[in-house]
Design a binder for this molecule. Structure first.
Ligand SMILES: *[C@@H]1O[C@H](CO)[C@@H](O)[C@H](O)[C@H]1NC(C)=O
Ligand SMILES: *[C@@H]1O[C@H](CO)[C@@H](O)[C@H](O)[C@H]1NC(C)=O
Ligand SMILES: *[C@@H]1O[C@H](CO)[C@@H](O)[C@H](O)[C@H]1NC(C)=O
Ligand SMILES: *[C@@H]1O[C@H](CO)[C@@H](O)[C@H](O)[C@H]1NC(C)=O
Ligand SMILES: *[C@@H]1O[C@H](CO)[C@@H](O)[C@H](O)[C@H]1NC(C)=O
Length: 210
């Protein structure tokens, strides 16, 4: 009896103390991020997070995330399915992404036909810097500006938490550096934070089916 009490306390503590994100880079000017516990096993959450072509069905922040080659030509649709992305694994590193985002986010819930708010739409061209399926982590970094002007890298990471690992901790963080980072923070810092939070809430709802 006593040992199971200790086990529960340990697991609860671990859920709040652990992180699967890498440490912040030293030259970070500011960062936005979110975390949320999802009632589903890690692979279920990973499959939704990696299924970029279907983000429009649930994601109020990233309305489009399209895998592309080094010239930012989208790869064929059959190479962008969840099955294809899982098969590609870490070879996705150094491929490109074209993102269409909403800052601040669209009101929840959204679906594939929810129109964008044109005043809040931004496009971004990114390089996939990490794809680590066994560690359940992925990252991409904008390549429109050189780092000394603006660096922006977004990590997303999952970890198993809760008793028997039946829950998943979703964490995502974007860190900004470079000469323009302060201005970006003034203009978009609050909206970006709202967008990260909204994606976490929407991911949970999508996975849990509510
Ligand atoms: C940050 O700086 C510290 C002290 O200079 C160094 O030990 C550490 O490796 C640096 N971390 C990164 C991520 O660059
Ligand atoms: C998760 O987010 C909360 C704020 O919502 C923050 O206080 C906490 O430090 C974060 N936890 C981790 C592990 O990042
Ligand atoms: C698409 O996937 C097929 C089958 O895996 C592969 O042979 C082809 O090189 C891929 N094409 C691109 C543009 O990635
Ligand atoms: C999709 O979302 C819009 C609001 O963005 C809503 O008006 C519409 O009814 C939704 N469609 C479905 C099929 O749920
Ligand atoms: C993209 O990221 C990969 C992995 O970190 C890196 O090796 C490559 O140099 C990057 N490419 C560009 C164009 O930034």
């Amino acid at each position: 009896m006593r040992s199971s009490t200790v086990l529960v306390l340990t697991c609860t503590y671990a859920a709040y103390a652990q992180t699967n994100l890498p440490p912040l880079a030293n030259d970070t000017v500011f960062a936005v991020g979110t975390n949320i516990t999802i009632n589903a096993p890690i692979d279920t959450v990973w499959n939704v997070l990696l299924d970029w072509d279907n983000y429009a069905e649930w994601n109020p922040f990233v309305r489009q995330q399209t895998l592309a080659d080094e010239f930012f030509m989208p790869v064929p649709a059959e190479n962008r399915t969840l099955v294809a992305l899982k098969a590609a694994g870490s070879s996705l590193e150094n491929q490109r992404l074209i993102l269409n985002v909403q800052i601040p986010p669209l009101p929840l819930p959204v679906n594939a036909s929810t129109p964008s708010n044109i005043l809040h739409s931004q496009s971004s061209f990114e390089n996939i810097t990490a794809m680590q399926p066994t560690q359940h982590r992925m990252a991409w970094k904008q390549v429109m500006f050189p780092d000394f002007i603006l660096s922006a890298e977004r990590w997303s990471a999952l970890s198993s938490v809760g008793l028997f690992g039946l829950q998943t901790l979703y964490e995502s963080r974007e860190e900004y550096g470079g000469a323009l980072a302060g201005t970006l923070q003034d203009l978009f810092g609050e909206g970006l934070q709202e967008s990260f939070d909204a994606q976490g809430v929407a991911l949970k709802a999508r996975v849990e089916g509510s």
